[in-house]
Design a protein around this ligand. Structure first.
Ligand code: AMP
Ligand code: ZN
Ligand code: ZN
Length: 318
């Protein structure tokens, strides 16, 4: 800080980004983040100005920044907070909800916040849904991922949103990519993209407009824009594996700035050219209960999980 001058106006910089050979002051950094987000949205055809966008907000820095950025860019973006019922002695979900509610009051008038409380809709929240599973081997995190994906989609569909956006950043995306690559998990690799199209089985389009930003960039954006966000990570979700993958990538990045970005971008380019022909998505069908797409006939993983009796394996955490 201070050592580097803003490239645009020569004031003291608030951030130096060696991977872009770019240092910027607060004002020009915000402008750069917003403009780069718009470029990324347009490049990947995430959504159009007339679309109604549903931002999945967790109360963390990424998703609240995303909501702010989209509003500043003039998109019609409403929020969705899912109360997962995670307490773990620190009232995690309740506190997250407070950050989201407080933030929602600062977004443009006319913007809505939808709050979905799992306990009131399904009679139980994520810890109970995970805990009742036979053997309990699957981590709470995979149930949580499944529930979030299903419920975001259901709400977006019922309320007529054209696209769901999440706050995943480059560190998240690169770590998932790295993990999938170590296992050569091609089924997941072909599905990893900044934008996934809608399908005719009621899957709503999904996009990750911040996937090109390093975590320290989204954190810096939240701070310079005075966004008050929950700083704790979910007490359960961050598995040792994803943290280790992030550590490895960070140590590579320190030695060679830009590694993460290049890893991700080169993958996207290769993916666009179809690196894995023959690995098309398996045939899907509509869940008998909720109508959302599922690989297996009958009930989808979510409906099996929330069925009154006997649950079977949910899908993996995405
Ligand atoms: P995570 O899986 O916790 O790393 O979060 C990834 C993204 O999912 C966040 O940036 C949000 O967009 C979304 N998200 C996570 N938790 C929630 C939640 N409780 N309610 C709504 N969206 C969420
Ligand atoms: Zn400047
Ligand atoms: Zn279902």
């Amino acid at each position: 800080m201070g050592v580097h001058r803003c490239r645009k106006c020569a004031a003291d910089s608030v951030i130096n980004m060696p991977q872009h050979r770019l240092a910027l002051c607060a004002e020009h950094f915000m402008e750069w983040v917003e403009k780069s987000t718009l470029d990324f949205i347009e490049k990947h055809r995430m959504f159009e100005p007339e679309d109604r966008v549903l931002v999945a907000v967790s109360g963390g820095k990424d998703s609240l920044s995303l909501w702010r950025i989209l509003s500043k860019l003039g998109f019609h973006a409403d929020g969705l907070y899912i109360d997962l019922g995670i307490d773990a002695g620190c009232a995690y979900s309740k506190r997250s909800a407070e950050y989201v509610r407080k933030f929602a009051r600062t977004v443009s008038p006319g913007v809505e916040l939808h709050v979905l409380d799992l306990s009131s809709v399904y009679g139980r929240a994520v810890p109970e849904m995970a805990g009742r599973r036979a053997g309990g081997r699957k981590k709470l995190c995979s149930v949580c991922g499944l529930v979030k994906r299903h419920e975001m989609n259901r709400v977006a569909r019922e309320l007529g949103y054209q696209v769901i956006v999440t706050g995943h950043n480059l560190d998240d995306e690169a770590a998932v990519l790295f993990g999938n690559t170590l296992r050569w998990d091609v089924e997941y690799l072909v599905r990893q993209a900044p934008v996934l199209p809608a399908d005719d089985l009621g899957l709503v389009k999904r996009a990750k407009p911040l996937a090109r930003f390093y975590e320290r960039e989204t954190a810096a954006y939240a701070i310079v824009s005075n966004i008050d966000y929950i700083q704790d990570e979910c007490p359960f979700s961050k598995g040792a594996t994803s943290l280790r993958l992030k550590e490895v990538l960070n140590s590579m990045e320190n030695g060679s700035p830009g590694t993460k970005l290049q890893f991700y971008y080169s993958f996207l380019r290769a993916r666009q050219k179809g690196i894995f022909p023959g690995y098309d998505r398996p045939a899907l069908q509509a869940c008998e209960k909720c109508g959302q797409a599922t690989g297996i006939p009958g009930l989808c993983a979510f409906c099996r999980l929330t069925a009154p009796e006997k649950a079977t394996s949910p899908a993996n955490c995405g």
